[in-house]
Design a protein around this ligand. Structure first.
Ligand SMILES: [Zn+2]
Length: 113
């Protein structure tokens, strides 16, 4: 058994017309509108923005995850590159500071010794 889409009456599965309201039981939905988001293209601009403003990239990634997956992907790429670059950069800075302080402490030690 199925139910009439118009009046909700129980009708035969084979029925083409509802016996209660007389409406057609065939799907009367409008043709499915092409829901492909034509604006959803990979965006280098958003990747760059996400690189410099990771908070913005993270927000836009969450906003676009469903509606514009390509744009969300661009944001994710920008975030990923920013993460890698900041990791490499902080490692380099740590190494540089290590040598700066090593030299500095060397001077202190030679002062006392
Ligand atoms: Zn009906």
């Amino acid at each position: 058994m199925k139910y009439c889409a118009h009046c909700g009456a129980e009708i035969n599965d084979e029925a083409v017309v509802c016996v209660k309201c007389g409406c057609s039981t065939t799907k009367t939905d409008l043709p499915v509108v092409n829901k492909v988001n034509t604006l959803d293209v990979p965006s280098a601009g958003w990747a760059v923005l996400s690189f410099f403003f990771t908070w913005l990239g993270a927000i836009m990634f969450l906003v676009w995850r469903k509606s514009s997956p390509q744009k969300a992907n661009s944001c994710a790429q920008g975030l990923a590159i920013a993460t890698i670059v900041s990791a490499v950069f902080s490692t380099i800075v740590s190494i540089v500071w290590f040598f700066v302080f090593a030299t500095y402490f060397d001077d202190i030690f030679s002062y006392f010794l």
